[in-house]
Design a protein around this ligand. Sequence first.
Ligand code: BGC
Length: 738
Amino acid sequence: MRISSLILLAAAIACTPKLGKSPVEKVVANMTSEEKVRTVVGTFNDVATPPPVAPGVNNRADYPGSGENTARTYNQVPGAAGDGYPVERLGIPAIVYADGPAGLRIDPRREGDEKTYFCTAFPSATLLSSTWDPALVEKVGAAIGDEVLRYGVDVLLAPGMNLQRNPLTGRNFEYYSEDPLLSGLTSAAYVAGVQSQGVGTSVKHFAANNQELYRNGINEIISERALRELYLRGFEIVVKKAQPWTVMSSYNKINGTYASENKWLLTDVLRDEWGYEGFVMTDWFGADDPVLQMEAGNDLLMPGTPNQIDELNEALASGRLSEEVLDRNVANILRVMEKTPRVKGYAYKNDPDLAAHAVVSREAAREGMVLLHNNGALPLASSGKVALFGNYSYDTQPGGSGSGYVNRAYKVTLDMGLEAAGYTLDASLAEAYRSHIAAEKAKMPEEYFWVVPTASEYKVSASEIAASAGADLAIVTLGRMSGEGGDRTAEEGDYLLSAQEKQLVKRVSEAFHRQGKPVVVVLNIGAPVSLDQLDRWADAVLLAWLPGQEAGHAITDILSGVVSPSGKLPVTLASRYEDVPSARNFGVSEGEINTVRYAEDLMVGYRYFTSAGVKPKYPFGFGLSYTSFAYDDFRIEGGELVLTVTNTGSVAGREAVQFYVEKPALSEGRPVRELCAYTKTDVLAPGASQQVRVALKNVVNPLEQWADGAWILARGTYRFWAAASSEDLRLSAQINVE
Ligand code: BGC
């Protein structure tokens, strides 16, 4: 080559824009059409065609390689859920995307590598929202974000924030609450925490992915009012407050249109109304028309298939897809990519401080456990002999299965936690349970992604119970596992306690009560179960949720009174499943095929129970403490709700304070009151007071209601309640809107 040509070539290379160094528009202008198409499709391209998805079949499970490592092409971080397409000449690397809500999900071991790549299993989302403490959630987010960064991932596929419309949804543990304000603010704190580490999040699944049954094709019929006030509201809050780098569209259809093909949802509402600046990706293999997805504003198709690439290339050639739409989507993706550690050249060393994160996990876990019932049995004496019953006492579950699963280095079960705190266990009982569980597990597959084998409940005999009644107290742990790919059932052994579980608690209760000794029930569950008569048989019931890898330590911290419980319910616990307002319209509506009608409209969770006067077993917002709190001097001052909270009991504790509003209704069928703000006090010593002040407007105005196609602030009187739960209204104040 002549010198002059060499100079020209060097000049051309020097002039080629590079992502991160040149404006995104210039980078896009230098891309070929093929490169643009590759940029909007992920790189799962070793499988030709995704299998057809029959209604009721969740395609993810059928997919080759699912659950192990779905990102085959670049495999930079084994076990990550997907990656993007690199265009090296333009400085575009292959961005890595990995799950999930309770901690980073990557493979813990790599072939030919001695090192391990464990991640911290944090408490599940529902426990995090039970803390009512955004600052703590942000701290958890920051710890997760640190692992994302140090393990070489760019975008975390979390948080999940679909509304818990029904207690049977299999992924409820990955979601926050039945209330959009609590979901939105918890989610915003989580996103702020993760993104503070210089990595991205993907809030999912946008929108109304409220069940797993038929999730790939279910058509959800939802009024615009319920969409706006409930199913979109949490997303609106997180977008406006925390600008998540990415949003993941959901699999389902809303009013006839797939979420990922819905321009109204992804462009008109998300971008134009809410001011969203990031990009939208599909859920894995979501929907089926890539051109409609591109046009709707679904920028990236994940994890990407060769078919999608072909279809987009053909559509470009035929004019069905305009270059303008493609350019817009590519630019949306590149603008986010510019911020990623990969583009910034961050040299990751796979060195997160797992010990420090375990401390955060334990702290968060104990702040979100909810004490449902206590007749004085808790806190326990500081030492003593415990008769420990129930498989879940010895095989305590930190989290759920599916993409919310975390490959942690260990888990602390309740027996371990109690022993570490100095309690003695009834040895023969412990031995019987441990060997039963070990024998059962030896016959089962190893734990991973889809499968978290749980042993059948050990059948403890009457004589074993009688023999153990010499202990100072009994603890019985009952548990449930669930996860992506299926919903739970309203049957015994699932939503309902099984006959065996009831009998176990009842028999233990009879034996111990005969000797004047207390019985404590611990619930290690991801979503509500029917509590039946647990509170009659047991002296205390602690809802520990799925508390992460430090489970046993955190539960023991609460049982022993190291900290006073301060978690409160982010969902209503109904007395009977039939009382749940969506019970008649969950899964598929009667007489329909693949359609579910949200006939309860706004009456979800406590909005229904409080309006209809139906008594739940435990109301939304409820949770006991080892101390008590008085509420005084409630007033509304300069757009703030002001209240003084005093610890009137004898131990230190925190109180999650809720504010509800009763609005002048602009339409029929509105709930009597709705959560409009909340806060949590600091740790208050006995006798100490704290004045809390909460802004009434936090990104959105909770006084507005959706009527006639718009948010409207109705004229009239607004009555506010300072409350300890949705049913425990303490003080009121009102304002007039002219
Ligand atoms: C789930 C998403 C997850 C994705 C990647 C999908 O099956 O619905 O929540 O992020 O897989 O693992």
